[in-house]
Design a protein around this ligand. Sequence first.
Ligand code: GTP
Ligand code: MG
Length: 316
Amino acid sequence: MAKEKGIHGVEDLPGIGPATADKLKEKGYDDIEKIAAASPYEIAELTGMSSEAAKKAVEAARQATTVDFTTGYDAYEKRKALGKINTGSEALDELLGGGVETSAITEAYGKFASGKTQLGFQLCVNVQLPVGKGGLDGSILFLDTEGTFRPERIESIAKAAGMDPKDALSRIYFVRALTTSQQILTIERADKLIRENNIKLIVVDSMMALFRSEFMGRGALGERQQKLNSHIHKLQMLADTYGLAVYITNQVMDNPAILFGDPTTPVGGNVIAHAATTRLYMRKSKEEKRIVRLVDSPNMPEGEAVIKITANGIKD
Ligand code: GTP
Ligand code: MG
């Protein structure tokens, strides 16, 4: 999108002074494109502006942004150029069409000890590798909601990849969230960190744990799904805006409606199911082996890969 008419920033919009602009930026509305995409009611509610004034500001933002159309061929070329992060296992990379995709959300779900967190750690190391060597020369935002981040484990995986473990750990920006509000705010306010530190991977481990414990019972489900929807939407926006990869882990439950076959189902309902571009179902096999099933992908066939969780990280 392009900007016109001398309107370059949020504060150039009619009726928006410096204080209001700050308020909006704090809530993640830090450029006119985001305002253009917002509803005037949202803006009025956030800023305390009258709904008339908010309508004018949003209208001005819409007029100042133009949509640039591209052809299908341009989109094809762009997709080919999208970065991928190697997983450490060639079989899994192949299953994924080259690795974990940028500008997309990849979800790994499965029972405890199935390897979801370990794969996240491996991606934290691999994304730091040079472009063309399996990485994106990028940094990481790691959002831990379960208290299972292990720097010592990252140290071993980084060493095995030939990196200085101290350098590798220094490129991981780590947040431990204890509430859904902290989880949501970390992502709402991530723009600056991402821009300034070349973040190419966001890990949310796990996506649902806090939402499940805070919103219990049927009565709270509607509110939970609404919050979750806006949270994952923001993650999607960051993935698109900055061309980064989002990797989320998810818990499972047994779906009583599935009478035959494996009843294991990821939690989070349609909100997560629709937002995740690629879904991986991980399960334990013998000893260090794990089976990863590609359940949902926009352009790769379903299939399975066997990986190993070794002392040096994820391998074939
Ligand atoms: P939950 O978070 O409990 O749902 O599980 P998860 O799917 O995140 O499991 P995680 O990725 O933590 O996998 C745990 C498993 O990884 C352990 O049971 C071990 O088999 C393996 N593992 C973890 N650390 C090491 C290690 O240092 N060396 C080796 N060889 N295996 C490890
Ligand atoms: Mg875990």
